[in-house]
Design a binder for this molecule. Structure first.
Ligand code: HPA
Length: 306
């Protein structure tokens, strides 16, 4: 049995439980710690979705940290999310890559889920590339397609679960940030053009991603409802990171790998499962990786550190 907690420990635990966010100093402490432990100065951040961690392995001259070794960092608890932050160069551009992200369904509040995004901003990152595995709601989508995200629907946000809830820190961004231009139009065009150049234009779609809280996969009625609302793909991540990234002025590009077709028909015997998601990731990740690597090679950067 562990010894009883001291009063100081109890006070600290209470303080942690009542928190509604990180302080600016905590974001800064983590950014400074990372900058002092690597000579890399990333301008692009990549967030790897389920089964898409191979993107991190593409980086050259790697310096990697386990999340457990980084001050203030939450931990990844999901299979298919390694829990490493990798710095390195991809096609000559300095990048940082999250091999594993945090999700609402892991029990983390959204300000923890999105912690790394503001750390990246403070480190001088300008562009965030978010990737995810998603279920295809659009009947034209096939397993293995790559959806360039043109917009999102943030379902937890409808109910007030928004990472920007709570006091606003103007040093990061405004109280009421716009979201109608969340996914950079120029980069979207570039991705579609590169998909054609690389010879897999038939796999590239542009569509709307719907973010849910998870962890259960959707009911048939929910899939039909989301599709009628205008969603083309559904998943359990990404939208919170994008909201925080746009709030602090980062450019965003998003890609969904369609790992399964959402079940929309009561006669279907199919059910979604995580193993199928990871397997589809293994089979098709190479296309997504090639796309990301080529986009990174081509995007223009201007260093903007806050
Ligand atoms: N639903 C929600 N999240 C997902 C799915 C899905 O069908 N596929 C991969 N992630």
């Amino acid at each position: 049995m562990s010894p009883p907690a001291s009063n100081t420990e109890k006070q600290e635990r209470n303080r942690q439980e009542k928190r509604t966010g990180y302080t600016y100093e905590e974001y800064k402490q983590t950014a400074d710690w990372l900058l002092s432990n690597t000579e890399h100065r990333p301008t692009v951040a990549i967030v790897c979705g389920s089964g898409l961690g191979g993107l991190g392995d593409l980086l050259k001259d790697q310096v990697a940290f386990h999340y457990s070794d980084i001050p203030n960092f939450p931990q990844s608890t999901v299979p298919g999310h390694a829990g490493r932050l990798i710095f390195g160069n991809l096609n000559g551009k300095p990048c940082v890559c999250m091999q594993g992200r945090f999700h609402f369904y892991e029990g983390y509040p959204l300000w923890k889920v999105t912690f790394p995004v503001r750390v990246f901003r403070l480190m001088g990152v300008e562009t965030v590339i978010v990737t995810n595995a998603a279920g295809g709601l659009n009947q034209d989508y096939k397993v293995g397609d790559i959806m360039v995200i043109k917009d999102h629907i943030n379902i937890p946000g409808f109910a007030g679960n928004n990472p920007l809830s709570g006091p606003n820190d103007e040093r990061f961004g405004p109280r009421f940030p716009p979201m109608s231009d969340a996914y950079d139009k120029e980069i979207r065009k570039l991705v579609v053009a590169i998909g054609s150049e690389l010879g897999f234009e038939e796999k590239i779609k542009e569509g709307v991603y719907c973010g849910l809280g998870g962890p259960n996969f959707e009911t048939i009625a929910e899939c039909r409802f989301l599709n009628r609302l205008g969603a083309d793909a559904v998943g359990m991540s990404t939208v919170h990171e994008v909201v925080v990234a746009r709030h602090c002025g980062l450019r965003v590009m998003g890609l969904s790998l369609i790992t399964n077709k959402a079940v929309m028909d009561y006669d279907s015997e199919a059910t979604a499962n995580h193993e199928e998601v990871l397997q589809a990731g293994k089979d098709s990740a190479k296309y997504l990786e090639k796309l990301v690597a080529t986009v990174i090679q081509r995007i223009e950067l201007n260093n903007n550190v806050i």
